[in-house]
Design a protein around this ligand. Structure first.
Ligand SMILES: *Cc1c(COP(=O)(O)O)cnc(C)c1O
Length: 397
């Protein structure tokens, strides 16, 4: 895979074909908006798994930490190592499961913090760390399942699990946490049940005399809708990227989308009525029109299922995409744009003038969620950061 940042000869080509534009000022704005809703004693974890939801993990993590986040969340060990290699020193929680002693060694070596889901896994951690010479006690985070039915020990056994880990050498309980299954549902009843179960687990953990330094439960949706679920930290992903977890939460906060997807026009030509366009001729020109080709396709992460349903924005106007999206290119009907030239920029996701196309628009058309859309852009598309917040000078002048 080409590394756009580390290959000098690629730099001039960043915006030549198609790219993902990442607005760091928008990210900083969103982080501050979220931070303002938290009590001063509640930490903000920026969830930057999956390459920061497709935005590019390093720039996002650095900007989030400068804007009010104090923890980072990743899904895998390599995601954590990438951040450490970039010089990031903030605590990093690995949200995914980690089971082998090789993984334990990597966690310890890179100063990552694992999620422990059950007693057996905790034992592997303790024993592996015991074999490593002079390893400091490892901060670990215990996952309790209160209804997500994904990772974790059942809430009813939480106190027993916490006691078990407490007794194991080389492990330091840094938090106990759980994850919500339905926080974006307008009906809060399941979330309230998970909250009750979490409260019950906390009470039982306290009853056996253990006081973990922090509890956490909230994702983006609960961060917006349920301040009583914030506890000592919230783990926010989607809202930091400027998207809304659910339509009913839109009025609650002012967010700015961080990501835009843009591509350049590569050819413009007239198309006669009756002419078919692209593989399968799923579009046939109903009248004479002007066709533009742009250099982006499904291998870049534009879903082929959106063929003939997408729009592009060019010179502030919305134009329809026509014919099947191909691997590397797609076509637009640009009859409404006079004298369009190769090299002009088409926005597929984002804003141009007063027109805006959101990840939710694509998600709604596809019957999926905006999380999947933004994670779907491939690494053939360079991530181009814009509006990097200026470093505050501490030198004075
Ligand atoms: C992905 C993830 C989050 C963030 O979820 P958002 O809905 O994007 O805020 C929080 N916690 C855990 C455990 C996750 O896996």
């Amino acid at each position: 895979m080409l590394n756009w940042e580390k290959t000098p000869s690629l730099k001039p080509m960043l915006r030549e074909r198609a790219w993902v534009e990442v607005d760091l000022r928008a990210l900083a704005h969103n982080v501050r908006q979220v931070r303002r809703r938290l009590s001063p004693t509640t930490d903000l974890m920026a969830v930057v798994k999956a390459d920061a939801y497709g935005h590019g993990a390093i720039a996002i993590a650095q900007t989030a930490l400068r804007s009010g986040a104090s923890w980072l969340g990743v899904a895998t060990i390599p995601e954590g190592i990438e951040l450490r290699n970039a010089g990031i020193q903030a605590p990093i929680l690995v949200l995914g499961a980690v089971n082998t002693s090789e993984q334990v060694e990597a966690i310890a070596h890179w100063h990552l913090q694992p999620t422990l889901c059950n007693p057996k896994q905790a034992l592997v951690f303790s024993e592996t760390l015991g074999r490593l010479h002079g390893a400091a006690p490892l901060p670990v985070h215990l996952m309790v399942d209160t209804g997500m039915s994904r990772l974790g020990t059942c809430w009813e056994d939480a106190a027993e699990f916490v006691q078990w880990v407490q007794r194991l050498p080389h492990l330091n309980i840094a938090s106990v946490y759980s994850h919500l299954a339905t926080a974006d549902d307008p009906d809060p009843s399941m979330m309230q049940l998970q909250h009750q179960r979490f409260e019950q687990a906390i009470a039982q953990i306290h009853a056996v005399g253990i006081v973990p330094p922090r509890f956490h439960l909230a994702n983006s949706a609960a961060t917006l809708s349920a301040p009583d679920l914030h506890y000592d930290m919230v783990r926010a992903g989607l809202i930091l990227y400027g998207l809304h977890p659910a339509p009913h939460l839109v009025p609650d906060i002012n967010l700015q989308p961080v990501l835009q997807v843009k591509a350049r026009v590569t050819q413009v030509k007239p198309l006669a009525a009756g002419t078919g366009v692209s593989y399968g001729h799923s579009f046939v020109a109903p009248h004479d029109l002007t066709l533009a080709v742009i250099g982006i396709g499904y291998a870049d992460g534009v879903p082929r299922l959106l063929s003939n349903r997408l729009s592009g924005l060019v010179r502030g106007q919305r134009v329809p995409q026509i014919g099947a999206v191909t691997m590397d290119q797609m076509m637009l009907d640009v009859s409404a744009v006079p004298d369009l030239q190769p090299g002009e920029i088409v926005t597929l996701l984002g804003q141009d003038g007063n027109e805006i196309i959101t990840a939710d628009d694509w998600a709604n058309d596809l019957g999926t969620i905006s999380w999947e859309i933004i994670c779907g852009f491939r690494h053939r598309l360079p991530r181009v950061t814009v509006n990097a917040p200026q470093e505050v000078s501490v030198m004075g002048g």
